[in-house]
Ligand binder design. Sequence first.
Ligand code: UDP
Length: 239
Amino acid sequence: SHSEPRFRRILLKLSGEALLGNQDSGIDPEILFRVAAEALEVQQSGVQVAVVIGGGNLFRGAGLAEKGMDRVRGDQMGMLATVMNSLAMQDAIEKLGGQCRIMTALGIDQIGERYAAHQARRYLESGNVVICAAGTGNPFFTTDTAASLRAVELQCDLLLKATKVDGIYDADPKKNPAAKRFDRLSFSDAIQRQLGVMDLTAMVMCRDNKLPLGVFDMFAPGALAAIVRGESVGTLVEV
Ligand code: UDP
């Protein structure tokens, strides 16, 4: 039927900031549950769903380093922040009746098993949402890069980045009302024009591995499900 999902396996990247809602710090439970419900809906429609969550609502290494902290320690705090967000998301998904595993790039046995691609694929195949926590496990990287890396490793058909805007524009839509949104875009254009929705490392990772990237508004209800049905929502970046 027309509502048959178009993708076998996707990776959803959520920024930590998105979980803030109207709060200054932490997690807005209403947003958390809404996003969890949408991810679960997509998963229950037959698409395997891996998730990477950022930590910007709590800590960012670069910000801590600006205030004088050692960058590596700051990044470790940032990675732990992603673990906290992942725990919140796991809790929400389970409360909504889904099955969810956290696999973490840093060893924290009591919280989640250490990330291994082959095991993550098995969990996905057996009906779990898999949250990949702690970024790449390395300082000086971002969760955007972790998302592109995990999506490639897990052989996802699509990386979806949920943002606060409804796609990629040729200028900042908040500053320039004449800014135009792209429906489709090539990675080389996005990189050349420095249309920074994802950092360069993440973009190059997607480009080199021919992994399509969708950018959409995470506050638009139903957008995620629509994309997975194959509707043109937000911006699709392809090779
Ligand atoms: N981080 C890291 N290595 C990684 C991923 C993340 O050191 O592979 C740290 C880094 O300090 C980063 C923080 O974790 O600032 C939170 O991630 P990010 O800034 O990507 O979160 P988002 O902007 O998506 O909320």
